[in-house]
Write a protein that binds this ligand. Sequence first.
Ligand SMILES: Cc1cc2nc3c(=O)[nH]c(=O)nc-3n(C[C@H](O)[C@H](O)[C@H](O)COP(=O)(O)O)c2cc1C
Length: 310
Amino acid sequence: MAEDGIVPRTNITELLRSENVTKICAPMVRYSRQPFRLLLRKYQCDLAYTPMIISNSFVRAEQCRDIEFQPNPLDRPLVVQFAASNAEDFAGATEIVYPHVDGVGLNCGCPQRWAMAEGYGAKLIKQPELVKDIIQQTRNRISDPDFSTSVKIRIHPKIEDTVDMCRKFEYAGASYIAIHGRTTKERNQPPHYDVIKIIKDSLGIPVVANGGIKTPDDIEKVSKLTGADGVMVAQGLLNNPALFSNCTSTPVECIRDWLKICDEFEVGFTQFHHHLIYMQKSTPKWEKQIFNTLKEKSDVLEYLSNKYEL
Ligand SMILES: Cc1cc2nc3c(=O)[nH]c(=O)nc-3n(C[C@H](O)[C@H](O)[C@H](O)COP(=O)(O)O)c2cc1C
């Protein structure tokens, strides 16, 4: 950080091109919020995403901006992910966050029915010309070439359709593409890492592989199978925020760090408790049933201090 408190912007393309595979926290509605991102940054997370923010509300409502986005020099490098159905909303929202972050990402992967009905998320992979327009208009309005404009996609059932689409995004000026290796209809089946590899081999810009990474060995495996420049993880980090530090399950130290962060940022009970539920995923079912029904912070703290001698 510079003396004036301003953090120099990280060029994410360069970060992705660096020798080591870049480890990225995926966008997660309700979960990849600032307190959790700060926890991950203690455990070798190189880059983090905000949850998806609806660009239209973000541009129009100050209240939405205050709730969804609080700049913090310790919370970098950071990508803000927006849902948008047109260039004006995405570019407008980008201009607002531009001074405080390292890049923006367009959500082209959310398969939920409400999002698709609004023209958001995976609806956009059926409209590559619109996505091109969104990327181009945004790049034209941002002067800093180090600022990254990226997309996060799901794949099409046909490989050639996915490659064609990604090439269009590259020509439009996307800084990199994050690929959840499943189609819009697929849920828990293994991701198509072979398709991510074909896309990586077809593009000049960096590619990030996402889907199904749960353990440190998976990071290695997916990097090798796809040749991707970065790996992006969602569920695996909820269950184990120290995954990028090579831990196979959540260490007690990490639970201790979460308690400290929650105190410092006055995190509400639901957020505080939900993350602890995820972090203790591997505890026996009977124990989980007790922990999950606790309703007061003091009860949670007592439970944890008995269990882990915190
Ligand atoms: C709780 C939760 C919230 C999510 N929210 C978003 C989101 O806001 N934007 C997005 O692009 N994907 C979202 N996703 C999808 C993830 O970013 C990721 O693509 C998907 O979970 C596959 O990665 P994983 O196998 O590591 O979980 C979410 C996933 C989870 C589990």
